[in-house]
Design a protein. Structure first.
Length: 87
């Protein structure tokens, strides 16, 4: 018997010196999770994936072009993603 499960919510976080370093670490985490999911009958909805970045110090207009790779999708850091946090 086999089954399939969808993961409702998952969060990964990483620290780094800059956004590119953080994006690379998160991309590795995503690849590991997708590999694990494939072995355990779990699927991730890449279309709902969002990435948020938080800076230790406030930065005016802090935007980054770094993206997190989740499967075949590149996910940009979305400033509006914090809407779920109420910040």
């Amino acid at each position: 018997m086999s089954g399939l499960s969808f993961v409702d919510d998952i969060g990964w976080w990483a620290e780094g010196k800059n956004a590119a370093e953080v994006a690379d670490k998160l991309s590795l985490a995503a690849a590991a999770a997708i590999e694990w999911g494939g072995k355990n009958g779990v699927a991730f909805d890449h279309g709902k994936t969002e990435a948020a970045i938080f800076w230790r110090k406030k930065r005016k207009g802090a935007q980054t072009k770094a993206k997190v790779r989740v499967g075949a999708k590149e996910v940009p850091f979305n400033q509006a993603a914090t809407r779920w946090l109420g910040v």
